[in-house]
Design a protein around this ligand. Structure first.
Ligand code: CU
Length: 126
């Protein structure tokens, strides 16, 4: 364990802190809503998820199938790819305008086989 080692380790930790501070920032300050989604041949469970306009959503995408699956929201440029048995997480921000976006698996043939879902962006009613 040389001094150089400690210096480099410290430097790396500082870089990691800065990167995570920038990435996690965003607006609103509240932590993202977390939604667990399972994917398999050929389905999403649940097939439909709901968000408020502009809300941050964290997806924990678990592949319960036997081949690779993805969770794609094309309109948001959001994609998670999970190997069989793996859980992959990612966060996206729902659009500001209410509406419905398509979710699908972009592995060849999977969308057609039924691997599709919806993201409903619904303004809060009260
Ligand atoms: Cu798939």
């Amino acid at each position: 364990m040389s001094r150089k080692f400690y210096f480099l380790t410290g430097l790396l930790m500082m870089v990691a802190l800065v990167v995570s501070a920038c990435g996690g920032g965003g607006g609103g300050g509240s932590s993202p809503q977390t939604i667990n989604v399972e994917g398999g041949e050929f389905f999403y469970k649940p097939p439909e998820i709901t968000a408020k306009p502009g809300e941050s959503i964290k997806i924990n995408f678990k592949n319960v199938g036997t081949v690779e699956h993805t969770f794609v929201i094309k309109d948001l440029n959001f994609k998670l790819t999970a190997a069989p048995g793996a859980t992959v997480s990612g966060t996206f921000k729902a659009p500001a305008a209410p509406g419905t976006l398509e979710i699908h698996c972009d592995v060849a043939g999977h969308t057609e086989a039924g691997m599709q879902g919806k993201l409903d962006v619904v303004a809060a009613t009260n």
